[in-house]
Structure formats: structure tokens, C-alpha cells
Design a protein around this ligand. Structure first.
Ligand code: PRP
Length: 183
């Protein structure tokens, strides 16, 4: 979906489809250099990371295994509960392999902080994080991301995998949701 179809729901466009593709291509270049000659598994965190995984993987000019995890952050409650549950685990055995977790956003950091520890306990050669977006002002947990597309303000962003009540995930651009939509 082009963002023009939901123009009234957005206060601005933060990143266009072109900007996102260009940044992912740059990050893919860094990943290629850093993991040259190494066995690499990229792990997408469902569901928001689907777009980033698809575009990052296609920008990587090398073999890469793609696997997925689904976690329920925070149960049915709010982010403050700090509870993370595995809904779908990896298919791959990652022991001795290099793992790169791919997500579209680090908000409080709870999900990826927990996931990094969980995957590290499976004896991989390494575990690192690639995220398209990060909200430094919202971070409550220490999370070291090796690759960050952009740091953004603590605003409600949608598009390119990011949803509000399951809508806007399929928008090509990333935009800021207008308060009248969620208030
Ligand atoms: C989003 C996003 C991250 C997480 C970040 O997923 O994909 O995994 O939240 O937030 P945190 O840093 O505060 O933990 P969400 O739980 O909304 O699920 P979704 O990917 O299915 O939209």
C-alpha cells in the first residue's frame, strides 16, 4: 500500500520506500564484510520483521539461512509486565553458527534483550542484532545492536511491518501515526 492511501492518518513520512531500501543495502554490505567466509543464520522476529528480512536477505550477495521466531511480548497486558514467551521456536540448530537477529524496531529493548540471552544459551558462535529502527528514549533494557538503520524519536510509527492494531504493516513507507487515529 502506498502511504498516499492513508495520508490523513499520518502526521509525516519518516522514511520513504527508497530510503529504506538504500539503507538496507548499505547494512547488507556491512553484514557481507563482517561475516565473510562464515556460516550465517538470520533470525526474523515475527511478525513485524517480515519486510526487513525479505529485503535484507535479497540485498545480501551471499548464502544465508533464514529462520523465524515468534514471541509474545508482554502477554496480553502492557509492556511493563516484562514477560516474554516463545510461540514459535527456531527450526535450525544454531550451535557453533553465527546468528544475526533481525527486527524492525527496538522500543523498550525487552524483546531483543530476552531473545539475545535465549539464543546465546544455545552455544552459537555469535549472536548479534540488526534493527531497522531504534528509539533511544524508550529503551529500558541494555541492548547492543550491531547494526541500526536509524535512531528515531519516541513516537508512534507505522508501516513497513510496523502496525497499529494490525493495520499499516503493508504500507511501503514508514510514517508517524496521527494522534486522532489512536486516541
Ligand atoms: C515489536 C517489534 C519488536 C518489539 C520491540 O513486536 O517487532 O519485536 O515490538 O519492542 P520492545 O523493544 O519494547 O520489546 P510486537 O510485539 O509489536 O509484535 P509484532 O512484530 O507481531 O508486531
Amino acid at each position: 500500500m502506498d502511504s498516499s492511501h492513508v495520508e490523513k492518518d499520518l502526521t509525516d513520512i519518516l522514511f520513504t520506500e527508497k530510503q529504506i531500501q538504500d539503507r538496507l543495502a548499505e547494512m547488507a554490505g556491512e553484514v557481507e564484510r563482517d561475516y565473510a567466509g562464515k556460516d550465517l543464520v538470520i533470525v526474523g522476529v515475527l511478525r513485524g520483521a517480515v519486510m526487513v528480512m525479505a529485503d535484507l536477505a535479497r540485498s545480501l550477495n551471499r548464502h544465508v539461512e533464514m529462520d523465524w521466531m515468534a514471541v509474545s511480548s508482554y502477554g496480553s497486558g502492557t509492556k511493563s509486565s516484562g514477560v516474554v514467551r516463545i510461540l514459535k521456536d527456531l527450526d535450525a540448530d544454531i550451535a557453533g553458527r553465527h546468528v544475526l537477529i533481525v527486527d524492525e524496531i527496538i522500543d523498550t529493548g525487552l524483546t531483543l534483550s530476552w531473545l539475545t540471552k535465549n539464543l546465546a544459551s544455545r552455544n552459537p558462535a555469535s549472536v548479534e542484532i540488526l534493527t531497522l529502527l531504534r528509539k533511544p528514549e524508550a529503551l529500558t533494557m541494555a541492548v547492543q545492536a550491531k547494526y541500526v538503520g536509524w535512531d528515531i524519536p519516541n513516537e508512534f510509527v507505522v508501516g513497513y511491518g510496523l502496525d497499529y492494531r494490525e493495520r499499516y504493516r503493508n504500507m511501503r513507507d514508514i510514517g508517524t501515526l496521527a494522534p486522532h487515529v489512536y486516541s
